[in-house]
Design a binder for this molecule. Structure first.
Ligand code: S3P
Length: 422
């Protein structure tokens, strides 16, 4: 798998804030991460790229330069929200914008804490374009996350690097912890406390980061489509090496295992503070006793740990006894598209029986899906989830504007062709 998208964004941004050169290997090939690199370049960071390898000349936490033009984050929420945290602590003005999808996504969730820290931010009613007048040093804050979001947590921690004193973020539901791991890798001491499921992460500012080489593990959210396809197609067998198996990212594998699919992780080791391993999956005809039949709906703290895999899990759910119900997932409506609506619409088009809720959906199963015209509305994860659905459906499926997969995974169709037997 190409390098993990979440980890790649962080590696590039944090290497840019470090002092001196860092070499990054297996950097994500996604269009999202390219948006991060082009924004960093506009902020005066020199980045040499040779395919999946980067050499980033870090300028230090206070060494960025104002960009003469708006920073275009394209489709990438992670680019916008994490960069906003960095730019809040700079003594200059920046404008962050993006494509139509990104300009319609909620940004008040980062504007509020960054204003509390002393940055001036104007927006279009809580949406991009964002004009950020940075302030250095920022004020340190203690912030209880009102929504479980790794992007918001990371935004505040990155702003905390430019604050005077201790900035702490408190989360009731665990979200991916790549920012914490990457900051530590670059020599920033963090205090992490876990008390009865509530996690607090604190960083002391102003901080200094020392340059360090980083090797990025394969993207488990990209691997998930291959895992699901292999699990659902009888007699398949697939081994995916060097994938991130960070505990905050493996819940999709655990859900498949608990529904009786043959999925295993082996060779776990740690690289650059991130757990890495091999995923083995075999296709099986599920026994009627397996599935989510007796299981309660998926909800609560599980949801942030499955957030990018939920449309795919709904597709898998259509194949198992008892189907699947997903709740507490209203955040899915604020992603690159309204992923609840997109999943419901496309599953129905393929013949599944689906109920839609404000905060989730219920899919009946098992159902023989039928090939259909699928419209992912430009959303890469919907296009890939329904490519898996297409493989198990009877008849032909046509996915509109399927090239949108490049947002996270440009090699998706090529790689899929290489492992699917006709
Ligand atoms: C991401 C966090 C998640 C996820 C997104 C990437 C990250 O968003 O959906 O694809 O890299 O931090 P939220 O944390 O806003 O839910």
């Amino acid at each position: 798998m190409p390098g993990d998208k979440s980890i790649s964004h962080r590696a590039a941004m944090i290497a840019a804030l470090a002092e001196g050169p860092s070499r990054i290997t297996n950097f994500s090939t996604s269009a999202d991460c390219a948006a991060t690199l082009s924004s960093l370049t506009k902020l005066g960071v020199s980045i040499e790229r040779d395919g999946r390898e980067l050499l980033v000349q870090g300028v230090g936490v206070d060494g960025l330069r104002a960009s003469s033009e708006p920073l275009d984050c394209r489709n990438s929420g992670t680019t916008m929200r994490l960069l906003a945290g960095i730019l809040a602590g700079q003594n200059f003005k920046s404008t962050l914008t993006g494509d139509e999808s990104l300009r319609s996504r909620p940004m008040a969730r980062i504007i509020e804490p960054l204003r509390m820290m002393g940055a001036s931010i104007s927006s279009r009613d809580g949406r991009a374009p964002l004009v950020i007048e940075g302030h250095r040093p920022l004020k340190a804050i203690h912030y209880d996350l009102p929504i479980a979001s790794a992007q918001v947590k990371s935004c505040i921690l990155l702003a905390g690097l430019s604050a005077e004193g201790r900035t702490a973020v408190i989360e009731d539901e665990p979200t991916r912890d790549h920012t914490e791991r990457m900051l530590r890798w670059f020599g920033v001491p963090l205090e992490v406390r876990d008390v009865e499921g509530t996690r607090s992460v604190a960083v002391d500012g102003p901080a200094r980061l020392s340059a360090r080489d980083v090797s990025i593990p394969g993207d488990i959210s990209s691997a998930a489509y291959f895992v699901a396809a292999a699990a659902l197609l009888p007699d398949s067998s697939l081994e995916i090496t060097n994938v991130s198996v960070n505990p905050t990212r493996v819940m999709f594998l655990e859900q498949l295992q608990s529904s009786g699919f043959d999925v295993a992780v082996s060779d776990a080791s740690e690289e650059c503070n991130e757990p890495v391993g091999t995923i083995c999956v075999s296709g099986s005809k599920l026994s009627p006793a397996s599935g989510f039949e007796s299981a309660a709906p998926l909800r609560g703290p599980l949801i942030p740990q499955l957030i990018d895999e939920l449309p795919l899990l709904a597709v898998v759910g259509s194949q198992i006894e008892g189907g699947i119900e997903i709740r507490d997932a209203a955040e899915l409506r604020a992603k690159e598209s309204d992923r609840i609506a997109a999943t419901v619409r496309n599953l129905r088009a393929m013949g599944a029986e689906v109920e839609e809720f404000e905060d989730g959906l219920r899919v009946a199963g098992p159902t023989q899906l039928r090939g259909a015209a699928v419209d992912p509305r430009g959303d890469h994860r919907i296009a890939m989830a329904f490519s898996v659905a297409a493989l198990i459906a009877e008849g032909e499926t046509e996915i509109k504007d399927a090239e949108c997969v490049a947002v996270s995974f440009p090699e998706f169709f090529e790689l899929l062709e290489s492992v699917v037997e006709r």
